[in-house]
Design a protein around this ligand. Structure first.
Ligand code: SAM
Length: 288
């Protein structure tokens, strides 16, 4: 009997169906743990960007205590997983972050994972940027709910700006490692950053305050400690009574020499419009 086109998909897809995982991504988390053993001693865990839920399934089957909490968050709704509390929301929104913190009910997690992926646009720079923003949003929530010494695992794209993201994560963790599980396609830039030994940087407190996301929150600047805010000096230079670069001035102005057209000091070399100008001139010459 012939196989349906879906059955021809890769071995991890087929195995996931056979073994009851909702997505082939389950193997990525399992294989990461084979190397890093981050499930050891975990009672409470949070799965950010969890739908359809295979990572939450893995957490629910691997975690040690039945009295622990597993919280899953995603933009999309998810079918119920026994032992997992679900929250539908956007992890970049302060309201969702607050709800996750509320659901933790004062408890701290030993592990936070994030397999978040934005809808890809195909524009690599844009996709990498949005992916990095998701990781930073996940980190923001993590600073509120992860135990000191805890582990954070997140999907990243190993693009040209990965070092900047890692430098930001390094501020919060003792050790970082980028890992590529066997089940992650070689052709994809996808990798996972495994961050061990969580700690807040000295004199910083967890905060959801983000002046870029909440323009109205400018007033909160005063509540930040010196280490939490960086204010670069912004200085106006030159003669303040000089010409304003945003204004238009007449060609002939009182107190100035009469206007006279002058060729540019250095005309552009081989400008792209030159060809079009030539064509236009030739065309005009042909016309009666
Ligand atoms: N780990 C999941 C599993 O094993 O089933 C797969 C996660 S899937 C690759 C990526 C998920 O990220 C999608 O379900 C998407 O809805 C979610 N996502 C993307 N942006 C999000 C956001 N801003 N807030 C919450 N979830 C988001």
């Amino acid at each position: 009997m012939g196989r349906s086109s879906k059955d021809k998909r890769d071995i991890y897809y087929r195995n996931a169906k056979e073994e009851g995982w909702r997505a082939r991504s389950a193997y990525k988390l399992l294989q990461l743990d084979e190397t890093f053993h981050f499930f050891e001693g975990v009672h409470n865990a949070v799965d950010l960007c969890a739908a359809p839920g295979s990572w939450s399934q893995v957490l629910s089957s691997k975690l040690e205590a039945s009295d622990g909490k597993i919280i899953s968050v995603d933009l999309q709704s998810m079918a119920h997983i026994p032992g997992v509390m679900q929250l539908q929301g956007d992890i970049t929104k302060e309201t969702t972050a607050n709800k996750v913190i509320e659901l933790m009910d004062g408890k701290k997690a030993e592990l936070v994972v994030c397999d978040g992926a934005p809808d890809v646009t195909g524009l690599h720079d844009m996709d990498e940027y949005i992916q990095a923003q998701l990781v930073l949003a996940a980190l923001n929530i993590t600073t509120h709910i992860l135990k000191e010494g805890g582990t954070f695992v997140a999907k990243v794209f190993r693009g040209k700006d990965i070092d900047i993201l890692c430098k930001q994560l390094e501020l919060y963790f003792d050790k970082l490692c980028l890992a590529k599980p066997r089940s992650s396609r070689t052709s994809s830039l996808e990798a996972f950053v495994v961050c061990n030994g969580f700690h807040m940087p000295p004199n910083c407190r967890p905060s959801l305050f983000n002046p870029l996301l909440n323009p109205d929150s400018c007033l909160q600047w005063d509540s930040l400690t010196e280490e939490e805010r960086v204010v670069l000096p912004y200085v106006s230079c030159g003669d303040l009574s000089g010409f304003d670069s945003d204004c238009s001035y007449p060609l002939n102005m009182q107190g100035h020499a009469p206007y006279q057209y002058r060729e540019p000091v250095q005309p552009p070399i081989n400008p792209p419009y030159e060809h079009a100008v030539k064509l236009k001139r030739a065309n005009m010459l042909q016309q009666p």
